[in-house]
Design a binder for this molecule. Structure first.
Ligand SMILES: CC(C)(COP(=O)(O)OP(=O)(O)OC[C@H]1O[C@@H](n2cnc3c(N)ncnc32)[C@H](O)[C@@H]1OP(=O)(O)O)[C@@H](O)C(=O)NCCC(=O)NCCS
Length: 166
């Protein structure tokens, strides 16, 4: 097994200012745009953790907590808190800052799963993550339950697909 890597070593950040092209017709940030940014910052953490090519394989429990308005500054952070053999789960948090007052609030959080792949797109092993903080440890426990549920869900979908093609 490859050597464990500290969660903090691959923590990644991305900052974005919300421009008119990012807005929906209510004048707030598109959820899809926020998700794309979250995927991007999560990809940075996945790459830094594994130092391999990685692909997004699922997104769990996305919560849009508060609207983000024109001119707000978004600070996104991604951190690996769970690894299995070839996959990892990454927590992404988005904080929006009101530009005039500097008031900051959590606007979105989500859990991304990435898989490391070789040049043929086949999953390959990644280093285990070394948990550093109490939050890493709590998220790691919850992630194992999500990992098991996703696995069971995929098996169920497969069974349903097979039954349909009988
Ligand atoms: C990622 C991918 C290579 C996995 O292939 P696969 O044949 O399902 O591989 P396996 O069943 O052997 O699973 C490999 C790992 O992926 C994980 N995995 C597979 N499907 C998953 C899903 N839907 N959600 C979370 N993890 C998943 C498995 O748990 C396993 O992890 P582990 O080795 O840590 O236990 C394949 O699903 C793929 O290429 N998906 C498209 C990815 C992509 O293009 N993303 C960009 C979207 S635009």
């Amino acid at each position: 097994m490859t050597q464990a890597k500290k969660a903090g070593a691959s923590e990644s950040r991305l900052t974005w200012i919300v421009n008119p092209s990012d807005l929906n017709r209510h004048g707030t940030l598109f959820g899809g745009q926020l998700l794309a940014l979250a995927d991007r910052v999560a990809a940075m953490a996945a790459l830094r953790h594994s130092r391999l090519d990685t692909v997004t394989v699922s997104i769990d429990k996305v919560d849009f907590v508060a609207p983000v308005r024109h001119g707000y500054i978004l600070d996104m952070t991604a951190r690996v808190h769970f690894t299995a053999r070839t996959s990892m789960e990454i927590y992404v948090e988005a904080i929006a800052e009101e530009p005039r007052t500097g008031k900051r609030e959590l606007v979105c959080e989500a859990f991304f799963s990435f898989v490391a792949v070789d040049e043929k797109g086949k999953p390959i092993p990644i280093p285990p993550v070394e948990l550093e903080t109490e939050r890493d440890k709590r998220l790691n426990k919850e992630a194992k339950a999500r990992y098991d549920a996703r696995k069971a869900g995929r098996a169920q979908t497969r069974t349903a697909r097979e039954a349909k093609s009988d």
